[in-house]
Design a binder for this molecule. Structure first.
Ligand code: HEM
Length: 144
């Protein structure tokens, strides 16, 4: 009598592996996130609705702030997506309290993040998951 060993189901294994992958991994890890933030921050600095807030424009209107801001937003996003702990900046309340951001200001940034992920071809599932994380910080960022 011969016993038959079941063939490994590779399709199922791949599916399980992709289920197990963190959002950080599915966004392309540090290279993917840093590349997206590089483009996002340039768009935020140029975005008329985002810069309608004078305190925001005082920061985003100075190109010298771009490199440091890209570094901070990249580190924050890596951690928020489940990657390694690497964010050295302020918590979201302290980082924004002096800016008096209102709902329209938050929505302008939300829309630009969503549009940039769409522009870069991030799949719907990962885009929705990341945007839900952004949304979950609304009450900490909106302080006007
Ligand atoms: C969930 C949404 C947001 C995230 C994840 C986020 C992320 C960050 C991070 C990581 C920093 C650096 C904090 C530090 O200095 O240590 C920061 C600062 C800043 N954010 Fe946000 N932000 C969000 C929403 C917004 C919105 C809606 C606006 C404007 C309408 C905004 C404008 C700014 C500005 C101008 C700074 C620099 C402040 C300064 O250095 O004086 N952010 N943000």
């Amino acid at each position: 009598m011969t016993t038959t060993r079941p063939e490994p189901n590779l399709a199922e294994a791949a599916h399980e592996a992709s289920d197990a992958a963190s959002l950080y991994e599915r966004l392309g890890g540090t290279y993917g996130i840093a590349g997206a933030v590089d483009i996002l921050v340039d768009r935020l600095f140029d975005n008329i609705a985002v810069n309608a807030n004078p305190a925001v424009h005082a920061h985003h209107g100075d190109p010298a702030n771009a490199a440091g801001y890209k570094f901070l937003v990249t580190g924050w996003s890596i951690e928020a997506a489940g990657g390694p702990k690497c964010y050295p900046g302020k918590d979201m309340v302290t980082g924004h309290e002096h800016l008096h951001i209102d709902t329209a200001g938050f929505d302008a940034v939300w829309t630009e993040i969503d549009a940039t992920l769409n522009f870069l071809g991030v799949p719907d599932a990962e885009r929705s998951e990341f945007m839900a994380i952004i949304e979950s910080y609304r009450s900490q960022v909106v302080q006007a």
